[in-house]
Design a protein around this ligand. Structure first.
Ligand code: ARG
Length: 460
């Protein structure tokens, strides 16, 4: 049996077998936090020096060593070793190689339990600002397109059936609202991420006179956790991130589904740029909206990451348990998935062509103006229920005869109701029906312009 040379090896007579060691190690993935681990250690050692817990000279030597490691990391020169288990022990052993035994003083008044939590808070805080920034960009893309298409008419759907004509700009602004709420959720997520666990030590705090407010401030956190057990066991900030990311992916999947439909031969509402489309290896004519499909598909892995961590956390007693090492890959994967998906979706929106004529024409040969006829009668005093009945019967008559409400003769209209006059034809035009839906938040052009103006104010 191998001797035990681990940083924690003192009380062991034997070492782990290689395959067992590999099972327990996290360095293959937690090296993504190397920069944050070093940053946290720099804050910690600065505080150890300032409080006199270690000599200032020693603190300076350790800090200089850590800064050297950071520079080497940024140049891709740090080599990690699985026998050092995780990023924390890898950095400590690289530091020892760099500056000698004094490196051993860095871990005074600290545990890997508060260290790993600190790294995760730093990682997620930086990812959250990236996500919020990218979402602002996506929201801007939607506003830009909506601004160009206030007057573009499209069929509005319920049950995937033509319901009432709407402004394409209005449809896009619905997604703007969804992504704005997503952004607000991530902003709130920052509040629970912007807290420093450092100094909670293993679980109970420490006897050393540490200054947790100082380390929190040095790392740019708003404050330290107020309970040491909570500090090392809390993964709510990650769960919130995964939940927020799941809702975001759900929103993106809805828009992607619509884009996929709009690109089909049946709709032909939009044409994606070649730069965001792919072909088929067998069917030469194909132009597929693969990127939209892939975003829709990737919702699965993000939901999976949420359910995965919820399950890890369920029933987990306080404080640190090794189960918590399972919190990382799903968080990294989610952060990497959503940041690229947001960019791809924005890129698709920025470059797609809207076939506005075809979109508008598809509302001319349908019954999506039927509500308008019923409203016309109701506005002239007929109870809406009676108007609904009359129009319903007329739709049936038209369907049997093979024409639409705008094709019905004035004579026939006046037989049906003497309330109908020749302005009915103007009333039934899609453009008119959209224009007149001017209730607050409705699809009326003035309302869409109002929403766009609000959005522009929000985006600054
Ligand atoms: N690699 C560990 C993790 O990710 C670091 C904390 C280890 N702490 C411990 N007591 N084993 O959770």
């Amino acid at each position: 049996m191998a001797e035990n040379h681990k940083l924690w090896g003192g009380r062991f007579e034997a070492g782990l077998e290689k395959w067992v060691e590999e099972f327990g190690a996290s360095i293959s993935f937690d090296q993504k936090m190397a920069k944050f681990d070093i940053q946290g250690s720099i804050a910690h050692v600065t505080m150890l020096g300032a409080t006199g817990i270690i000599a200032q000279e020693e603190a300076d030597t350790i800090k200089a060593g850590l800064e050297k490691l950071l520079a080497q990391y940024e140049e891709g020169q740090l080599v990690f070793d699985v026998s050092n288990e995780d990023i924390h022990m890898n950095i400590e052993s690289l530091l020892t190689a760099e500056i000698g035994a004094v490196a051993g003083k860095l871990h005074t008044a600290r545990s890997r339990n508060d260290q790993v939590a600190t790294d995760m808070h730093l990682y997620l805080k930086s990812k959250l600002s990236e996500v919020i920034e990218k979402l602002a960009n996506l929201r801007q893309s939607l506003v830009n397109l909506a601004d160009r298409h206030v007057y573009t008419i499209m069929p509005g759907y319920t049950h995937v059936q033509h319901a009432q004509p709407i402004s394409f700009g209005h449809h896009l602004m619905a997604y703007y609202s969804m992504f704005t709420r997503d952004s607000e959720r991530f902003e709130f997520n920052v509040k629970h991420t912007d807290i420093s666990p450092l100094g909670a030590a293993a679980l109970a705090g420490t006897t050393f006179p540490i200054d947790r407010k100082m380390t929190a401030q040095l790392m740019g956190f708003a404050k330290p956790y107020s309970n040491s057990l909570d500090a090392v066991s809390d993964r709510d900030f990650i769960l919130e991130f995964l939940a927020n990311a799941s809702i975001l992916m759900m929103h993106m999947s809805r828009l992607c589904e619509e884009i996929i439909n709009w690109c089909s031969h049946e709709y032909q509402f939009v044409t994606l740029s070649d730069t965001f489309s792919t072909g088929s290896s067998i069917m030469p004519q194909k132009k597929n909206p693969d990127m939209a499909e892939l975003i829709r598909g990737k919702s699965g892995r993000v939901y999976g990451n949420l359910i995965g961590l919820l399950t890890v956390m369920k029933s987990l007693s306080l404080a640190y348990n090794k189960d918590l090492q399972e919190d990382k890959e799903g968080m990294f994967d989610t952060a990497e998935t959503i940041t690229v998906a947001i960019d791809i979706l924005a890129g698709m929106i920025n470059t797609m062509t809207v076939n506005d004529k075809h979109m508008a024409e598809s509302t001319e040969k349908d019954f999506s103006n039927a509500t308008e006829l019923a409203d016309y009668l109701a506005s002239k005093g007929l109870p809406f229920r009676e108007a609904h009945e009359i129009v319903g019967k007329l739709v049936l008559e038209c369907t049997k005869a093979g024409y639409y409400l705008q094709d019905v003769s004035l004579e026939r209209y006046q037989e049906i109701s003497d309330l109908i006059e020749k302005d009915i034809y103007e009333t039934l035009r899609s453009h008119t029906t959209v224009e007149r839906r001017n209730s607050l938040g409705g699809t009326g052009f003035d309302q869409v312009k109002w929403q766009i103006a609000l959005a522009k104010g929000e985006l600054g």
